[in-house]
Design a protein around this ligand. Structure first.
Ligand code: AMP
Ligand code: GLY
Length: 420
């Protein structure tokens, strides 16, 4: 079976690793991949955003299945375009991916489906937004409507901060078109959790939960990142919680989309805040999370291909997401300076010695091969991941492995899974 994976981060290495482990007959192609995926398949010199390049390769090579990692190609409609060529794709259509591509659309769906979420108002005019700010209690959250590479959400503790966020987004156009519309949202307090589900158009089957660590420094200090580490399961996970999340969040959202003629097939990721009033939706992503995928996939009992096929064919069953009892933790090793400007091209050593530890897998993100060497090529460089009987065992193993890996100015949080 010929499989194309689109993307080049830790998430895509984890997808390739899980498929290669369960389906040794699968022939993997990754666009563009990294030094980790190159050990499992063939990296293609095509970027994930190069839709025309991907379609042209796929028309010629006819993969049996394409798996889309990042949101940008999904929101740009890669699934629709590939399906029009008769190709099988795991990932929602352009219309369904708007759940991530437009926060206003997502909020409208949540409201129509009666799903708990933060109160919000939408604005296109600065004067109206500024006037509204004065009427609301602080802190407030200002959000760009469109995709802004994880930077479009601003938590504002003071009125001047909120005013600046509105002006920068609507008038200075810091986020370009993505910020032509904004949401001003109530700030929710509580613990965050990532709940991902396979969705087949009608049913949702929830994957094991995970918790991400978004801030760059320990104790949740410093700027937001793509995610500095994760663990699974989140402490709140139990059968009652999962059933509640399915019934009050996933099913009503899928049904509301269906009512509007939109069929959601793929992974749906709900970022939830566990508030005193119960779980509320912060955001949706139309794809696997990164680094959540690195801790969810090692916990899945069964192979991914039948699950992806079941999503595409509308035949999803609970066993497609059945989890092992072991826990999993991932520590992200980042390049010096990340999430700001960072260096590239530093040699990474100790990868083999780290992977020798039992239960450890080192997922590559921003890496590439240079001759015999593997060098840094991105902000998040590696996701050092370990399985263990419990979270503390898993995270201890992940740190032991991370300690064996060296590259210049590497940094990572020492408190992954410390607060449970
Ligand atoms: P997003 O870019 O939508 O993933 O949001 C980034 C982060 O902003 C989330 O993971 C939350 O930590 C935070 N956030 C988003 N919306 C809210 C809200 N209404 N209240 C508090 N925090 C929020
Ligand atoms: N880890 C957060 C995300 O994938 O959006």
């Amino acid at each position: 079976m010929k499989i194309l994976i689109i993307g080049g981060g830790g998430r895509e290495h984890a997808l390739a690793w899980k498929i290669a482990g369960d389906d040794p007959g699968a022939e993997l192609f990754i666009a563009p991949g990294n030094a980790g995926t190159a050990m499992l398949g063939t990296n293609l010199p095509v970027q994930a955003e190069d839709i025309a390049g991907i379609i042209s390769w796929a028309k010629k090579e006819k993969p049996d299945l394409t798996i889309v990692g990042p949101e940008a190609p999904l929101c740009a409609g890669i699934t629709n375009l590939m399906q029009a060529e008769g190709l099988r794709v795991f990932g929602p259509s352009k219309e369904a991916a708007r759940l991530e591509g437009s926060k206003i659309f997502a909020k409208e769906i949540l409201r129509a489906a009666n799903v708990p979420t933060a109160a919000a108002e939408f604005f296109t005019e600065e004067s109206k937004a500024l006037a509204y700010l004065k009427t609301r209690p602080l802190p407030l959250v200002v959000k760009a409507d469109g995709l802004a590479a994880g930077k479009g959400v601003m938590i504002c503790k003071t009125l001047p901060e909120a005013e600046r966020a509105v002006q920068e987004t609507l008038t200075a156009k810091t986020f370009g078109q993505a910020g032509e519309k904004i949401l001003i949202e109530e700030c929710l307090a509580g613990e965050e959790i990532s709940v991902l589900a396979f969705v087949d158009g009608h049913k949702a089957v929830l994957l094991p939960t995970a918790r991400d660590h978004k801030r760059v420094f320990e104790n949740d200090q410093g700027p937001n990142t793509g995610g500095m580490g994760a663990y699974s399961p989140a402490p709140v996970e139990n059968a009652v919680f999962m059933e509640t999340a399915r019934k009050i969040i996933f099913e009503p959202v899928i049904a509301e989309l269906d009512r509007r003629g939109i069929c959601y097939r793929g992974v749906l990721y709900a970022g939830l805040m566990l508030t005193a009033e119960g779980p509320k939706v912060l955001e949706f992503n139309c794809r696997f999370g990164d680094p959540e995928t690195q801790v969810i996939l090692p916990r899945l009992q069964n192979s991914l291909i039948p699950a992806f096929t079941a999503c595409i064919e509308g035949k999803l069953r609970p066993e497609h997401a059945a989890a092992r009892l072991e826990n999993c933790a991932c520590v992200v090793m980042a390049a010096g300076g990340y999430p700001g400007k960072y260096r590239k091209g530093d040699v990474i050593t100790g990868l083999e010695r780290a992977a020798k530890l039992e239960g450890v897998t080192v997922f590559h993100a921003g890496t590439k091969s240079e001759g015999e060497k593997i060098v840094t090529a991105g902000g998040r460089v590696l996701g050092v991941t370990a399985l263990g009987r419990d979270i503390s065992g898993a995270v201890k193993k992940a740190y032991q492995a991370a300690g064996r890996i060296k590259f210049k100015n590497a940094h990572y949080r020492r408190d992954i899974a410390a607060r449970q």
